[in-house]
Design a protein around this ligand. Structure first.
Ligand code: BV8
Ligand code: ZN
Length: 232
């Protein structure tokens, strides 16, 4: 059984990573246009670097939760059949042990050089525009996908969604495209669709089943169901 799991900020909420739209969400105090668009970076580079530097620093103090850990455990049992596609730029899936992970919106712990196109694992700050380890240019930006930019690995993602027998969405409001459109594609290719979310999302109508509650509870119990059904 081929499974694609799409995750959003809600899966990392219980680890202490703020979501986007919740009351004290990331967008509070910052307009999307200001901090998450190429235009915003052109006009206020230091503000944007500081926004991502703060999130990168905050990442050090948080840990994967039971939802991340359960998905990593499922991958161990179904190594060739489970793909996690995440909209999150945190590294909690990997720190929980997941390997088959696509960061369609990029990663906080990566810097991208606009001069030589090199991507470098990066855990420090970028606000002082340090030189690129490859070419020395001071053209490093956060390796994240901003609004108006094309998400990463779309071909691999769409191929996996077309192959999926089961499409599961965890902790996402379904407000940002193209991620919010994957469930409709999965349905079109005949997949069963399941939503695990604290609240109903903008895409709830597209799911055969929606289970409402915290990811740290819903994901482990769903994983137990899958393993039981696979007699694993
Ligand atoms: C593109 C990286 C062309 C940076 C991000 C008009 C209509 C339709 C689309 C558009 C439109 N105008 C413009 C667009 C396109 C635009 C878009 O969708 N805009 C929206 C605002 C309308 N999209 C783009 O620009 C994308 N690029 O379209 O290129 C293209 C198209 C197709 C194919 C090729 C090319 C690029 C978008 C990527 C932007 N970058 N992140 C950063 O992180 O700073 S988006 C960012 O916001 C996240 O990555 C994520 O995608 C989104 C936030 O959503 P969620 O993760 O879902 O978080 P949210 O807070 O909203 O919700 C949390 C959910 O969790 C809630 O439902 C809550 O109930 C639940 N929850 C909370 N706690 C828990 C929980 N669930 C379980 N347990 C809990 N404990
Ligand atoms: Zn460079």
């Amino acid at each position: 059984m081929k499974i694609v799991v799409l995750t959003g900020a809600g899966i990392s909420a219980e680890s202490g990573v703020p979501t986007f739209r919740d009351a004290d969400g990331l967008w509070e105090g910052h307009s999307i246009e200001e901090v998450a668009t190429p235009e915003g970076f052109e006009s206020q580079p230091k503000l944007v670097q500081e926004f991502y530097d703060a999130r990168r620093e905050h990442l050090v103090g948080v840990q994967p939760n039971a939802a991340h850990i359960a998905l990593a455990g499922l991958e161990e049992q179904l190594p060739d059949d489970l793909l996690v596609v995440t909209q999150n730029i945190d590294d909690l899936h990997e720190r929980a042990g997941s390997r088959n992970v696509i960061h369609m919106h990029g990663e906080l712990n990566s810097a991208w050089c606009r001069a030589c196109d090199r991507r470098t694992h990066w855990t420090r700050t970028l606000v002082d525009f340090p030189p690129c380890p490859g070419c020395g240019a001071t053209e490093l930006r956060p390796d994240v996908v901003w609004f108006g930019e094309i998400p990463y690995q779309m071909d691999r993602i769409l191929a996996a969604v077309a192959e999926a027998d089961l499409f599961v969405s965890v902790g996402t409001s379904g407000a940002v495209y193209p991620a919010a459109g994957f469930v409709q594609q999965a349905l079109r290719y005949g997949a069963k669709t399941l939503e695990l979310n604290l609240d109903p999302s903008e895409g709830s109508v597209w799911f055969h089943e929606s289970r409402l509650g915290p990811a740290s509870v819903l994901v482990p119990s769903w994983v137990d169901d899958v393993l039981a059904s696979q007699h694993l």
